[in-house]
Design a protein around this ligand. Structure first.
Ligand code: DP6
Length: 322
């Protein structure tokens, strides 16, 4: 039977991917670094079925049409081409986090789709091949293929731009508590946002500083220096948002609750509780802390006005077949 089901996690970037040097191949302008999270993932099954006259794609029970369908079927085409397969597919995907919760599904979704479509086609691909393919679907998806702590090498061609694991999931007990603070659909998608970077006067200075920052955070992870890692990842998130806010048109992803959470975290830190934040292309705040402090911080986050819920994540493995 030509069917496979894969699960892939969302990942949170500590050094961000924002800006591409090749839009079509999704080659990023810089290396990025992330870990996979345990409590937010996609489960995707792909079945090649000779009785179908066109691909059928369903996400969370909804049949896709138009452009959103096309982005996914084009991705299946890439895999069919390698397998020299013409058969149409039935794709069914579920996210365990609600649509519109501000948690992006493209990383977990494209990673799970890549693995399921390849295995269903009986392709024996390496982790590197899978990461490259996932990247072409959505850049950050390449980081949801390998396990644990992951580095995406920007590369200078499709073959050299892929992610690999730096450390396994159980290397270090770090948590990402996602404070969900808003669910409005984005007006400008992250794919479009990437295209605006050159219009920000802060983009080139950002790129110049990134290699040193990336090296520094790897040293922090290497030595399990939580303070150093936290300082770098928080400054990095603010740096990326400075580029977003100063692009033309400006991208302002924060809402009042986002800022409230940021200020609370800074004040907890001043009071001796070690905790840092990072934020992607949305209003939710990813609160990074050590495992021992997670329960206490979760409780404090839930007391902040406007925090709808908190998703508690450990570091997790990458994409795998179910
Ligand atoms: C802010 O991977 O969603 O989350 O390649 O166009 O699909 P496309 O973009 P995407 O961008 C993610 C941007 C980010 C930062 C990050 O995850 O590194």
């Amino acid at each position: 039977m030509m069917k496979a089901t894969a699960q892939a996690p969302v990942n949170i970037a500590l050094i961000k991917y924002w800006g591409k040097k090749d839009e079509k191949l999704r080659l990023p302008a810089n290396d990025s670094l992330s870990f996979n999270v345990s409590a937010a993932f996609s489960v995707t099954s792909v079945e090649y079925d000779a009785s179908l006259i066109e691909d059928v794609v369903m996400i969370d029970g909804q049949v896709l049409q138009g452009d959103s369908k096309l982005r996914l079927t084009k991705h299946v085409d890439r895999i069919r081409e390698i397998a020299q397969l013409k058969t149409r597919a039935r794709v069914e995907s579920h996210n365990n986090f609600p649509k519109g919760s501000g948690i992006a599904s493209s990383a977990s979704g494209f990673a799970a789709l890549t693995l399921a479509a390849a295995v269903a086609a009986d392709l024996k691909l390496t982790e590197k091949d899978l990461s490259i393919l996932a990247r072409i679907g959505s850049g950050s998806a390449c980081r949801s293929i390998p396990d644990g702590w992951v580095r995406w090498h920007q590369g200078n061609s499709s073959e050299t731009s892929y992610a690999e694991s730096l450390y396994p999931a159980d290397y270090w007990q770090i948590c990402d508590l996602v404070a969900v603070v808003g669910s409005a659909e984005k007006k400008i998608s992250s794919s479009e946002g990437h295209g605006l970077v050159e219009s920000s006067p802060f983009y080139q200075p950002r790129l110049k500083d990134l290699p040193a920052k990336t090296q520094q955070i790897i040293t922090a992870i290497d030595t399990k220096d939580f303070t150093l890692m936290g300082q770098i990842l928080e400054a990095e998130a603010i740096n990326m948002h400075a580029v977003m806010m100063t692009s033309v048109p400006p991208l302002l992803y924060w809402n009042p609750t986002t800022l409230r959470v940021m200020h609370e975290i800074i004040s907890w830190r001043e009071a001796g509780l070690e905790v840092y934040f990072t934020i992607d292309a949305g209003p939710n705040v990813h609160v990074i802390c050590q495992g021992n402090d997670a329960a206490k911080i979760e409780k404090k986050l839930l007391e902040i006005t406007g925090v709808e819920k908190v998703i508690v994540n450990q570091v997790a493995n990458g994409a795998h077949i179910l």
